[in-house]
Design a protein around this ligand. Structure first.
Ligand code: NOJ
Ligand code: CA
Length: 572
């Protein structure tokens, strides 16, 4: 099959074998700290106001200083940019505004030198309507790409499928005046869905994945993965054929590029998400985002109750061997409220998005620090949960310094503004005239780059940034946070969440006061009478668990402890 884009764009530049070795641990992703970075908004190297790969490369020492193990880079492929790159026009090259394929592979190599891995976004459900496959499909229905998309004479198929982008779309069908038929799209109407019933489509996207593997990347975030196949009479999500295709992709990766990690973006309830890990016999993804736990962290802080978190954690099924949750507080999208009840959604809007401009689709278009009213303590508590709940934490660029947002920008762009590096005129992001920046910098008083930036945060001993760096270092010393089991503990105060993280070598008690007042709490530790407690961050001893197998601890408002729990003979 011939591809209608220039072949010189598709030459692999570097083989993975030319890269220096990283750790041999094949389960590295279970212990890693991830960081989502939008290349266009992070660091501009050539003064055009658009972040790029050479710019991102120059920040690797900062990311390594912070304690990041792996970057997730959202789509950086050529694109008309109507969905910030999630509308891909060429799967096998780099958006020229962000650099060249060689810049990309150099960036990957330099990241690896620092022990940092790289996941790239794979948008396999749909393309841009500008992609040559779609252009060919609409112009030449009988040609090799005629059946690459889902075409119908009437816009009536799959009526049970929901609309995701409720702010802009009314239907999942759109009329194409060229082919004079309707095509299927799960997201924007300029993002036609690929037709996975067509084996040529399946082969073509697997080739795309192979291509990026050959550049040395360590894995993929699989965008919108539940929606690959459609079937009449269903809601079109998580269909058996979709799972089958993911398992096939995993097989190809395991055979040809072993060790490459697949991460599912499946915004589904835990019992459905867990299917994206597959089984021991037929593995699918190594990691899945845990969508439902995220809004419950925000809910817990306002309700001053651990109930919602306890319920969702109890409903989260065990994972097959080698599986790992990807935990997050925020990302480049809206804070999605698809996984909560109508009543919970109303509450979330009331607490966190009182101004309708703050809402986006079924969610909230704000960053972490402004959501939490700039309260460093609340931001710390949210991170303490992110770092200690079972799974690998995903940080979102800028959240480590408590960056603000601009919810007056359209769509979800308000949370994608340029990184604030220093107090200089372009915030250290770019030397261009700020009017030419890819997106305006945050300008609201108290949130702009003069007030909040990396440089000042590094200098201030008690800044959020220095606190987070320290906690990441503490977490790194204790693999149980990544690979250990989790068991919820009973307390006599609903505002305090307590659980154990445990692996072969250690047991950690995580206690979090979600409320805005001090709490004295009694925590049950069955079978641990006489065991000693020690603060992981400071090494200070806490009261020993008494013979009735409980311990009383007092926690100031919005505070937490991570305490090692050890048998008397293990204590120093
Ligand atoms: C999920 C991505 O995170 C989002 O930004 C994008 O708009 C949709 N998928 C469509 O690709
Ligand atoms: Ca640039």
């Amino acid at each position: 099959m011939s591809h209608p884009y220039p072949p010189d764009h598709r030459q692999p530049v570097l083989g993975a074998s030319s890269l220096p070795p990283l750790t041999e641990d094949t389960h590295w992703y279970r212990r890693a700290v991830f960081y989502e970075v939008m290349v266009q908004s992070f660091k501009d190297s050539n003064g055009d106001g658009i972040g790029d790969f050479p710019g991102l490369m120059s920040t690797l020492d900062y990311l390594s200083w912070l304690g990041v193990d792996c970057l997730w880079v959202p789509p950086f492929y050529p694109s008309p940019g109507k969905d910030d790159g999630y509308d891909v026009a060429d799967y096998m090259s780099v958006n020229p505004a962000y650099g060249t394929l060689e810049d990309f592979t150099r960036f990957v190599r330099e990241a690896h030198v620092r022990g940092i891995r790289v996941l790239v976004d794979m948008v396999l459900n749909h393309t841009s309507d500008q992609h040559p496959w779609f252009q060919s499909s609409r112009e030449d229905p009988a040609g090799p790409f005629g059946d690459f998309y889902v075409w119908r004479d009437t816009p009536t198929g799959y009526p049970d499928v929901r609309v995701i982008f409720t702010d802009t779309e009314e239907s999942n069908w759109a009329w194409d005046p060229v082919r004079r038929q309707f095509y299927w799209h799960r997201f924007f109407s300029h993002q036609p869905d690929l037709n996975y019933e067509n084996p040529a489509v399946r082969r073509a996207v697997i080739d795309v994945v192979r291509f990026w593997c050959s550049t040395g990347v360590d894995g993929f975030r699989l965008d919108a993965i539940p929606y690959l196949f459609e079937e009449e009479g269903t809601n079109g999500e998580s269909l058996p054929a979709t799972h089958h295709f993911i398992a096939t992709l995993r097989e190809v990766i395991d055979t040809e590029f072993p060790g490459t990690v697949m991460l599912a973006e499946a915004n589904q309830p835990p019992r459905d998400v867990v299917a994206y890990f597959g089984s021991d016999d037929q593995p699918e993804c190594h990691m899945c985002f845990h969508f439902p736990v995220m809004p419950r962290i925000f809910q817990a802080l306002r309700e001053e109750s651990s109930q919602g978190l306890r319920t969702i954690l109890a409903e989260t099924p065990p994972l097959p061997q080698g599986g790992q949750w990807a935990m997050f507080l925020r990302n480049h999208d809206e804070l999605t409220l698809e996984m909560v009840s109508d009543e919970e959604r109303d509450n979330m809007y009331r607490w966190y998005a009182p101004d309708p401009q703050m809402r986006a689709n079924v969610g909230i278009g704000r960053r972490l620090a402004p959501l939490l009213h700039g309260s460093q303590r609340e931001v710390e508590i949210a991170h303490a949960l992110l770092l200690s709940l079972p799974g690998s934490p995903f940080l979102y660029y800028g959240d480590e310094i408590g960056m603000g947002d601009d919810y007056t920008l359209p769509d979800r762009y308000g949370v994608r503004t340029p990184m604030q590096w220093d107090a200089g005129p372009g915030g250290g992001f770019s030397d261009a005239d700020p009017a030419d920046f890819v997106l305006p910098m945050v300008s609201s008083p108290g949130w702009d780059h003069r007030a909040i930036n990396v440089s000042q945060s590094r200098q201030r001993e008690h800044s959020l940034l220095n606190w987070l760096r320290k906690m990441l270092a503490v977490r790194r010393e204790h693999p149980a946070f990544g690979i250990g089991s989790m068991s919820l503990l009973s307390t006599d105060d609903d505002a305090v969440l307590a659980f154990l993280r445990r692996d072969e070598s250690e047991t950690i008690l995580c206690v979090t006061n979600l409320s805005s007042s001090s709490r004295a709490v009694r925590i049950q530790l069955p079978g641990m009478g006489g065991w000693g407690l020690k603060d992981l961050a400071t090494g200070h001893s806490f009261p020993t668990v008494n013979e009735h197998e409980y311990v009383d601890i007092t926690l100031p408002r919005h505070s937490f402890y991570w305490l090692s729990v050890s048998m008397p003979k293990e204590q120093a």
